[in-house]
Ligand binder design. Structure first.
Ligand code: TRP
Length: 352
């Protein structure tokens, strides 16, 4: 039996995004829509993970002015997409020192062998891993601290983060076992940390590049035509959909007809997700028709759904005072959870 089974934990959702580059349709459909929905059913904390943003070369994250801008922009995107500061704690990681403090303790719990297996580090470090920052290597340990400093039980993430969630569970489990006696002696029961569950957004919400249906839509793709940014104007959104790569065939009437046609599958998937419909439902409406007709309908739908978000975002971006107020409030709420947890951890560890 795991230690988890005996102690019950209050359900709590935490997730975060890095303030780097611009948020796009993939972030919106893959994460934000879900985060917004969870506000109605869960206690929710949404973090702008600015400490994670500095793990790559300065030329990648852009330096202090760019960081300041990006933290405000991502917060504006959170609000524009429908995160509600009255329902969720919306805050940036660097305001809560407890994330970093717990990360240090976890550095001494996690094993080098565990981190050596992280595929995202290998991808991001590339061939010259000697030149990668220690922070990039340690990134998943800080992520575990982000989650466990709130004793979060559910973490909505993309499938690329699944391995980091497994590491988080391993760290929580080892902490609970290594300090089991102290945890009990200090009156915290059989386990101090929950083993958080990943809520992985499935392939249905994975948005691919508009230029290559086999690659994920990405903020680092050199072609701006490959993605729809959340700040794009109505004209740009429509243009990008119309220019999206497709094959020579029309739209099939059945979902199986999308097999081996990644670009068509992606565009139908985007339509379905934006419309709250299924792929089958979309094909019932547009299947058998010309691709151009469908693309026009998709352009209209995307503009109707996304242009208002861009408008809201720009309104928030124009008011940095408001954004900073939201982050400060959110940080106060987050700290009220994080500070007692860190105090418990210090006690459990034997720090006097
Ligand atoms: N690593 C996550 C990503 O790149 C971002 C992140 C950092 C995160 N800390 C987190 C996500 C805690 C969820 C919970 O997507």
């Amino acid at each position: 039996m795991t230690t988890e089974a005996k102690t019950s934990f209050t359900p709590r959702v935490l997730s975060g995004m890095q303030p780097t580059g611009n948020l796009h349709l993939g972030n919106y459909l893959g994460a934000m829509v879900n985060w917004v929905k969870m506000q109605a059913t869960h206690e929710t904390l949404y973090c702008v993970v600015d400490l994670h943003a500095i793990t790559q070369a300065i030329s990648v994250w852009g330096g202090p002015n760019e960081l300041r801008r990006a933290i405000r922009d991502v917060t504006a995107a959170y609000l524009a997409c429908g995160l509600d500061p009255k329902k969720s704690a919306i805050f940036n990681q660097s305001q809560i020192a407890e994330h970093s403090e717990l990360a240090w303790v976890f550095n001494c719990v996690a094993r080098i062998g565990w981190l050596d297996r992280m595929t995202q580090f290998k991808e991001k470090a590339g061939k010259d891993k000697e030149k990668a920052s220690v922070g990039l290597y340690d990134y998943p340990v800080l992520m575990a601290a982000d989650i466990l400093i709130y004793k979060a039980t559910s973490v909505p993430v993309g499938d690329d983060q699944k391995q980091h969630l497994e590491l988080t569970r391993d760290i929580a489990q080892k902490f609970n076992i290594d300090f089991a006696d102290s945890i009990r002696e200090q009156g915290f029961g059989d386990a101090y940390f929950p083993l958080p569950d990943p809520m992985i957004s499935g392939p249905a919400t994975r948005v691919m590049s508009l230029r290559d249906g086999t690659k994920k839509m990405s903020k680092s793709d050199p072609s701006d035509l490959s993605r729809i940014n959340l700040t794009d104007s109505a004209e740009d959104i429509a243009k990008k959909i119309r220019k999206a790569k497709t094959d020579a065939e029309g739209l099939p009437t059945e979902a199986t007809g999308l097999k081996g046609r990644p670009e068509a599958e992606n565009l139908v998937g985007i339509y379905a997700a934006l419309d709250g419909n299924s792929v089958e439902g979309v094909l019932k409406q547009y299947g058998g028709g010309q691709f151009s007709t469908f693309k026009n309908a998709l352009a209209d739908l995307a503009v109707a759904k996304l242009a208002p978000i861009a408008g809201e975002m720009n309104r928030y971006i124009a008011d940095p005072g408001y954004i900073e107020g939201v982050l400060k409030d959110g940080a106060n709420r987050a700290r009220a959870i994080a500070a007692p947890v860190m105090a418990d951890v210090r006690k459990i560890m034997g720090f006097v």
